[in-house]
Design a protein around this ligand. Structure first.
Ligand code: ADE
Ligand code: ZN
Length: 338
């Protein structure tokens, strides 16, 4: 391990943009398929990996929804979550705020409580065994209707004390945030935080809509906000956290090469950017890989890395006193890293 990798590995950090269904590794896909008696359209793990060549978001989503079909039982969801937490604990993560897509499961007859109980059990196990804390964010699939989002929110009702917020994911173009303004208002009225994918493939206008119509607490991705100077200035002025996903952007052809990734520019513009993995089993790396590969490609300085780590906690939904503890740990770590 070189010095950069070592520094990054030990740096206390949080992950704020992770779809738990996107942490399903091909090996696990086969193991769950076997134990659940499900036929996969792939001969082996290599054939699955070979299929992970995407030219845009939709290419990926088609295969990602197909992969999720192997998840049936509460134990599957717990095991999936725990495998993810083991990975990020090894990357020096202290906290994660994970997305789940209940509609991907309820649509095929897996009940909401099976999914929620399994994930919550995995989160409790990660806290107990790894010391990694976490929060759960329910994402509405934006290619589905507003009515279906309302139905999902009502299914979540018994779990709202254990779900920190709602998000918006899936096919961005053609499904603007405005479509979900009312269900987000209902979620906010229940005391939930709100986040939304915006500006990954969609235009800056979708970022404005996420801010003005959904009143989000964070923007997921936000890359295309940089095309609009007034929007960029507003995001910086308001201290809006952007959950940026470099390896995802590369795999989904949002960028052509990591060396042209806008992360360094975002920091220079005063944007509160963070590094995240999105769907690590599909995009070639977990949190640590996203950090090291981006740091190398953009030649990020020690100060920039520390800013990114601080942003991952200040942008989290942890309580202020918990954030203070993590920030102090970062300071201690940096002071002690000779
Ligand atoms: N669902 C899982 N990953 C996603 C992404 N990067 N964008 C939109 N929806 C997603
Ligand atoms: Zn995402």
């Amino acid at each position: 391990m070189d010095r950069l990798e070592e520094f990054i590995r030990g740096l206390p950090k949080a992950e704020l943009h992770l779809h738990i269904e996107g942490s399903l590794e091909p090996e696990q896909m086969f193991a769950f398929a076997r134990r659940n008696g499900i036929e996969l359209p792939f001969a082996d793990v290599e054939a699955v990996r070979a299929a992970y060549a995407f030219s845009n978001l939709q290419d990926f989503l088609d295969i990602y929804y197909q992969g999720a079909r192997v998840l049936l039982t509460q134990q599957d969801f717990q095991d999936l979550a725990m495998a993810y937490f083991r990975r990020i604990a090894a990357d020096g993560a202290r906290h994660a705020e994970i997305f789940f897509d209940p509609q991907t499961h309820t649509e095929r007859g897996v009940a909401f409580p099976v999914v929620a109980e399994g994930l919550l059990a995995g989160m409790a196990q990660a806290q107990a065994e790894l010391g990694v804390s976490s929060k759960l964010i329910l994402c509405f699939l934006r290619h589905l209707s507003e009515d279906e989002a309302f139905e999902t929110l009502s299914q979540a009702e018994p779990y709202l004390d254990r779900i920190v917020g709602v998000g918006l994911d899936s096919s961005e173009i053609g499904h603007p945030p405005a479509k979900f303004a009312r269900v987000f208002a209902a979620a906010r009225a229940k005391g939930l935080k709100t986040v939304a994918h915006a500006g990954e493939e969609g235009p800056p206008d979708y970022v404005y809509q996420a801010l003005d119509l959904l009143e989000v607490d964070r923007i997921d991705h936000g890359n295309r906000a940089l095309e609009d100077d007034a929007l960029t200035e507003r995001l910086a002025r308001e201290g809006m956290t952007l959950t940026v996903c470099p390896l995802s952007n590369l795999k989904l052809c949002v960028i052509d090469d990591l060396v042209v990734h806008p992360l360094k520019t975002m920091l220079a513009l005063g944007l509160r950017a963070t590094i995240n993995s999105d769907d690590p089993a599909y995009f070639g790396g977990y949190l640590g890989q996203n950090w090291t590969r981006t740091a190398e490609a953009l030649d990020l300085s020690r100060d920039e890395l520390v800013t990114l780590a601080r942003n991952s906690f200040t942008g989290s939904f942890l309580a202020p006193d918990e954030i203070t503890v993590h920030l102090a740990e970062i300071d201690r770590y940096v002071a002690g890293f000779a």
